[in-house]
Design a binder for this molecule. Structure first.
Ligand code: FAQ
Length: 309
């Protein structure tokens, strides 16, 4: 049987830890925390865009948006399944979400005020998600890393559809262009906050990087996102709401202005613009779905009894 030394050797060789391997309790707990938060983010993340399914501007846009929101549900399912390989129950994770003991991404506590917000979420939020998640395809925990491969492919499609919505609006009427700019103005800073607190106040980063769960620091990924996004904003013909953005030849990166991390702290603490609505909607949907879970359990019990008989 593997020993804790075998665990260290495996990580040193850049191997993958699998569910039956022995692993330190703290490694398991960190993964449960991160994978569960990630799963919760995917399903709570269905709400802001879901609000626009009935108001999408055409049948084509509606069909694409429905498929995208369904993809997010699928990502939640892969991630809950990955978390369960660590010995936890999905029902318990959902209970922790519903009682505020586990978190979900800050970004989903902002409202979607116009159709252009659906474009901004695709372009910026899915864009940030990809930058954060591509390195997670090499995470040391096998089931999480493998789930990320498919998730990233789908997020990449989502990012392009968001870009295309904004491109269409930015090249439309003056009102449509203003709507696109307003969405980008509101979503830019919260998207940068998705990467978490700065490295010097990120309590989990050092250990998670030593274990190969996170491959890059919060600030490194945030910089990568800015570097990727600034040229794309130029193609869109939209501005980013930060006068300090400029190319820094010496660093080989874009400089950008200070982020208001007090806002991130407030949103994580439950005081963002939509935290209460998101949780009330989620808990309501869970309660409304109780009959489906009961029916599935009763069906399974009957099926098992029939097989046994
Ligand atoms: N929001 O020490 P760190 C998506 C918490 S993408 C809320 O730096 P860590 C796709 C953090 O949990 C979004 N909480 O923590 C989609 C920790 O609290 P704890 C989901 C945050 O874990 C697109 C504390 O602050 N993606 O859903 C945030 O090393 C469109 C200290 O922070 C993932 O979850 C935040 N922004 O690094 C869906 C990716 N930032 O637990 C629908 C996987 C930090 O100690 C539509 N996760 N916190 O009480 C990660 O990469 C990491 O967990 C980080 C945080 C980078 C988020």
């Amino acid at each position: 049987m593997a020993t804790s030394t075998a665990f260290d050797d495996l990580l040193a060789d850049d191997g993958r830890v699998e569910p039956r391997d022995e692993m330190p309790d703290a490694y398991r707990r960190t993964l449960v925390r991160q994978v569960a938060q990630h799963a919760h983010s995917e399903i709570i993340g269905m709400q802001p865009e879901g609000n626009w399914i009935s108001r999408a501007p055409s049948l084509r846009r509606k069909a694409i948006l429905m498929a995208k929101v369904q993809d997010e549900a699928g990502h939640g399912l892969y991630l809950y399944a990955a978390a369960e390989t660590l010995g936890v129950e999905r029902a318990d994770l959902l209970d922790q979400l519903h009682t505020g003991r586990q978190k979900y991404s800050s970004i989903f506590n902002y409202p979607t005020l116009s159709w252009a917000d659906v474009g901004a979420i695709g372009w910026l939020v899915d864009g940030a998600a990809i930058v954060n998640q591509v390195p997670l395809c090499r995470c040391s925990y096998g089931p999480y890393a493998r789930a990320m491969v498919r998730v990233c492919k789908e997020e990449s499609f989502h990012q392009r559809q968001g870009f295309e919505i904004l491109h269409t609006l930015a090249h439309g009427t003056p009102e449509q262009r203003a709507m696109a700019q307003d969405a980008v103005d509101r979503y830019w800073w919260p998207s940068l906050m998705m990467f978490g607190p700065p490295d010097d106040s990120s309590p989990n980063s050092a250990q998670s990087m030593a274990w190969g769960i996170k491959r890059f620091s919060n600030d490194d990924l945030r910089q990568r996102f800015v570097d990727m996004t600034v040229p794309q904003s130029e193609v869109l013909g939209l501005t980013l709401p930060d006068p300090d953005i400029r190319w820094n030849e010496e660093r080989g990166h874009y400089d950008f202005g200070p982020i208001d991390f007090t806002e991130l702290g407030e949103v994580i603490a439950g005081n963002g613009p939509c935290n209460r609505d998101r949780m009330a909607h989620r808990v309501g949907a869970h309660e409304d779905g109780a009959w489906v879970r009961d029916a599935a359990t009763a069906y399974e019990a009957k099926r098992a009894a029939r097989t046994a008989g």
